[in-house]
Design a protein around this ligand. Structure first.
Ligand code: SAH
Length: 215
């Protein structure tokens, strides 16, 4: 099955139509085969305008949200990026196309093997994934030029701000379990953090020491 037409339609109708203009992000979304990141029975829905279940009560994020969050980081290709919540590995693949190296953390071990397999198949070799509580960040690899968190948290874990380099950007959903706001935080040259609320959204919970308790 050739999904390239479905992918082009996804980019035009869901992403360009909603105002994303970053050509590098659009090219990455046109290239990465999203259907490989969902189970066989859901592949025909892989390019539809929503999130999809990936097991363990988790979801692969809606294409528009992946594009929006990625565009909000303004990646140039030189960055080391921290991603929290590998899940299917789809967002990881998009980031790997646009940055120098991606460090991704997932708390559910079963996802990591699956994600690695697809990412290897796509010959994306600039990715490190580990199984851990991502609310603590990845201190040994810090600082990061960009941090993207794909699960919602009541607050911004302090470690993320600590591990974000000056000039770096963090994007994450913050709010209650039902609804969040996508927050963008930029580490300014005077050491302060500029915060903006970009979009209402709904993510699965970030579970860990600095997030929600296990549900
Ligand atoms: N970007 C992924 C989104 C997966 S959903 C995709 O598009 O497929 C969010 C993921 O965050 C889930 O896989 C969940 O297990 C993971 N997660 C939740 N809390 C976490 C934590 N503290 N550390 C690492 N991963 C976490």
């Amino acid at each position: 099955m050739d999904y390239s037409i479905a992918r082009r339609r996804m980019v035009e109708q869901q992403i360009v139509a909603r105002g994303i203009t970053d050509q590098r992000v659009l090219d990455a979304m046109l290239t990465v085969p999203r259907h490989l990141f969902v189970e066989a029975g859901l592949q025909s829905h892989a390019y539809s305008d929503g999130s999809l279940p990936i097991g363990e009560k988790q979801t692969i994020s809606q294409p528009y949200i992946v594009a929006f969050m990625t565009a909000a980081l303004g990646l140039q290709g030189t960055e080391r990026v921290l991603e929290i919540g590998t899940g299917s590995g789809y967002q990881t693949a998009i980031l790997a196309k646009l940055a120098k190296r991606v460090y991704s953390i997932e708390r559910i071990g079963a996802f990591v093997g699956r994600a690695r397999k697809v990412l290897d198949q796509l010959q994306l070799s600039n990715i490190n994934i580990k199984i851990a509580d991502g609310t603590m960040g990845w201190r040994q690899q810090s600082p990061f030029a960009a941090i993207l968190v794909a699960a919602g948290s009541p607050d911004v874990p302090a470690e993320y701000l600590d591990q974000l380099e000056v000039g770096g950007t963090l994007i994450m959903p913050v709010g209650d379990k039902e609804q969040q706001n996508l927050l963008r935080i930029v580490h300014q040259s005077d050491g302060s953090f500029k915060r903006e609320q970009l979009l209402g959204c709904r993510f699965v919970p970030l579970i860990g020491e600095q997030g929600w308790q296990v549900d």
